[in-house]
Design a binder for this molecule. Structure first.
Ligand SMILES: [Zn+2]
Length: 125
């Protein structure tokens, strides 16, 4: 990318140039935007945070969330499609949990911090 000459100089040009050099990869931004897009629903956010702490089947998630299983299944499908959660089958039952990635760890902690929720994992340690 060609260095940009800004129309106005407010004395902070070098900082603007530094950040623009780091945000040229629009593809990476699309990936992060997709995470936020999928988490832009309160119920989906709650399901995601639940699955950051335990592995559960659709029926139990529905009971815990007070939601219908088709509604929960829809949210799980969306979260799984972008890799925020994973699933595995055991017999007839399908179990879901949050993916073990640095991105998921970050989102998990960020949501708890914003919601001022104490992580149960930290209490149990
Ligand atoms: Zn937690």
């Amino acid at each position: 990318m060609e260095p940009k000459t800004l129309p106005h100089n407010h004395g902070n040009i070098s900082k603007s140039e530094q950040i623009i050099a780091r945000i040229t990869n629009t593809e990476n931004f699309q990936t992060v935007a997709e995470y936020f897009k999928q988490l832009s629903d309160g119920n989906r956010l709650r399901i995601f945070l639940l699955l950051c702490h335990c592995e559960e089947c659709v029926i139990n998630i529905s009971a815990l969330m007070n939601m219908s299983s088709p509604a929960v299944s829809h949210h799980l499908k969306q979260l799984k499609a972008i890799g925020l959660i994973i699933s595995h089958r055991e017999g007839k039952e399908m179990y879901y949990k949050a993916s073990d990635t640095p991105e998921v760890q970050l989102l998990h902690k960020a949501i708890e911090k914003m919601m001022q929720i104490t992580c149960p994992d930290e209490i149990n340690e």
